[in-house]
Each structure stands twice: as C-alpha cells, then as structure tokens.
Design a protein around this ligand. Structure first.
Ligand SMILES: [Zn+2]
Length: 91
C-alpha cells in the first residue's frame, strides 16, 4: 500500500503492533493495549498528515444508504469487508 514514508510502511507491513492501520475505515492509531488505540492524524516519523478517517462515510453508507442492521449483517456487500469500498469511490 502507498504510505507517507518508508518508516510508516515498515511499521504497518511488519505488524510490529505499535501502529495499527484499519483499512476498512482508513484510520491509523498507536496501540495502547489489546483493546485501546490512540488515533493519530499525522505520521509520527515524517509528520505528514495521514489520509482522512472514513468512519463516518462508512457508517452513513452502511446504515443510511444500504439500511443494514450492523456490521455483521449478512446482507453486507463484499466490498465493505475490505478497503475496496472507498477505493471504488475514489475517496
Ligand atoms: Zn510518514
């Protein structure tokens, strides 16, 4: 995947579990505990602003446009199980 710098790419791809990247919502975070992460907006190494968080857009499509019950809804289209949904929309 494209990333802001080699350091960030390294930490995400090597899964050192310091930086957590959620491809579904395109969010980046620093892992604090197994269940807690601190969202980050800028790369800790190069300082570049990270791509915008798409959580609200995702929820809007899932609940308003598709009218699904939750993220486990069996009617969930395949593209919403990966980052395909925002790539397909050019977000
Ligand atoms: Zn960076």
């Amino acid at each position: 995947m494209r990333c802001c710098c080699d350091q960030m790419s390294f930490h995400i791809e090597n899964r050192e579990k310091i930086i957590v990247y959620d491809k579904l919502t395109r969010t980046y975070g620093i892992k604090v505990t197994e269940t807690v992460r601190q969202k980050i907006l800028f790369c800790p190494w190069c300082g570049e602003k990270l791509p915008s968080d798409l959580s609200k857009e995702l929820e809007s499509i899932i609940f308003d446009e598709l009218d699904l019950d939750d993220f486990q809804d069996p009617r969930m289209p395949e593209e919403f199980k990966t980052d395909a949904w925002w790539k397909n929309r050019g977000l």
